[in-house]
Ligand binder design. Structure first.
Ligand SMILES: [Zn+2]
Ligand SMILES: [Zn+2]
Ligand SMILES: [Zn+2]
Length: 260
C-alpha cells in the first residue's frame, strides 16, 4: 500500500476556538495554532481523498486545505460539530459528476437523513442538494480504494461512537473511554489521534492527563491530541507533554509510516 497522508482540517472542540465572545488568553492568542476549527481530518492516498466528518466549518476547511476531491466521507457520530457542514459537499458532486458515499453507524445515518431531509426527499427539486449514497457500517472492517478501514467503537458519555483505524494510523475523536476490545485493535500504530478536551474532567470527553495514559498504554510512535477547547494554550501545553505526544493544530500534515 502506498503512503497515507493526513491533513488536520480542524482540531477544536464543538464551539471552536476562539469561543464566541471570549477574551481569554487562548481566544485572544496571536498564535495561529490557537485558532481551532471544528474537528475533522482528510486522509489521502493514491490520489483519493477520504474525509472524516463534515464540520460546520467544512467549507472554510476545504478552501484552506485546497481539497480537490472527496471520494468518501466517514462519520464518527451525529453530533452537530461533526455533521453540519454536509451541504457544502455539493461542489464535489459537480466536479466529480457523481454522488459521494457516506459511511456511518445506522443511528448516525438516520440522524443525517433527519437533519438533511431535503437531500434525501424523492421527487423534483428546485435547487441543488448534496448527492449522497448511504453506506451502513456494521462494525466490520471495510475497504476503500485498496486501503482497509477498521471502525473502532468508543464510549462518548452515554453513546457509542466510532473511531477509525487505517494502516498504521487511527483517528479517535470524541470519547470518554476506549473499551478493551477496541484497544486490542490499536496496537503497532505509527500515528494515534486522541480526544483531549482540557485538563478538567468532562462527562463525554477525555482529558490531557487521561489521553497521555492512553498513549503510554498503546505506545504509538506519535500521538496527537484533538477536540481541544480554549483551556489549552498551544505552546504552553505542548511544552509540558511527554516525548512523542503533541497537540494537533489546524493545517498540520502528517505522513503515516507504511504497514511493515
Ligand atoms: Zn465533537
Ligand atoms: Zn476563551
Ligand atoms: Zn460528540
Amino acid at each position: 500500500m502506498s503512503a497515507i497522508h493526513i491533513t488536520v482540517l480542524g482540531s477544536g472542540t464543538s464551539s471552536g476556538v476562539p469561543t464566541i465572545g471570549c477574551t481569554c488568553e487562548v481566544c485572544s492568542s496571536p498564535d495561529p495554532r490557537d485558532r481551532r476549527l471544528r474537528p475533522s481530518i482528510l486522509v489521502r492516498y493514491e490520489g483519493h481523498g477520504i474525509l472524516i466528518d463534515t464540520t460546520p466549518d467544512f467549507r472554510e476547511q476545504a478552501l484552506r486545505a485546497r481539497i480537490e476531491r472527496i471520494d468518501a466521507i466517514l462519520y464518527t457520530h451525529s453530533h452537530a460539530d461533526h455533521i453540519l457542514g454536509l451541504d457544502d459537499v455539493r461542489p464535489f458532486n459537480y466536479r466529480q459528476r457523481s454522488s459521494i458515499p457516506i459511511y456511518g453507524m445506522d443511528e448516525t445515518l438516520e440522524a443525517i437523513q433527519r437533519v438533511f431531509r431535503y437531500a434525501f426527499d424523492e421527487g423534483p427539486r428546485e435547487s441543488a442538494v448534496p448527492r449522497l449514497d448511504l453506506r451502513s457500517l456494521n462494525g466490520e472492517p471495510f475497504e476503500l480504494f485498496g486501503q482497509q478501514f477498521t471502525p473502532i467503537p468508543l464510549v462518548h458519555g452515554k453513546s457509542t461512537v466510532l473511531g477509525f483505524r487505517f494502516g498504521r494510523a487511527a483517528y479517535l475523536t470524541d470519547h470518554s473511554e476506549i473499551p478493551e476490545e477496541s484497544k486490542a485493535k490499536l496496537r503497532d500504530l505509527d500515528v494515534l489521534f486522541l480526544d483531549a478536551l482540557r485538563h478538567r474532567p468532562h462527562p463525554t470527553h477525555s482529558t490531557v492527563e487521561k489521553s497521555i495514559q492512553t498513549a503510554q498504554e498503546l505506545k504509538p510512535s506519535r500521538t496527537f491530541f484533538t477536540h481541544i477547547c480554549h483551556d489549552l494554550h498551544h505552546q504552553k501545553t505542548e511544552a509540558a507533554l511527554p516525548p512523542g505526544v503533541h497537540l494537533a493544530y489546524d493545517g498540520l500534515e502528517i505522513d503515516v509510516e507504511p504497514v511493515r
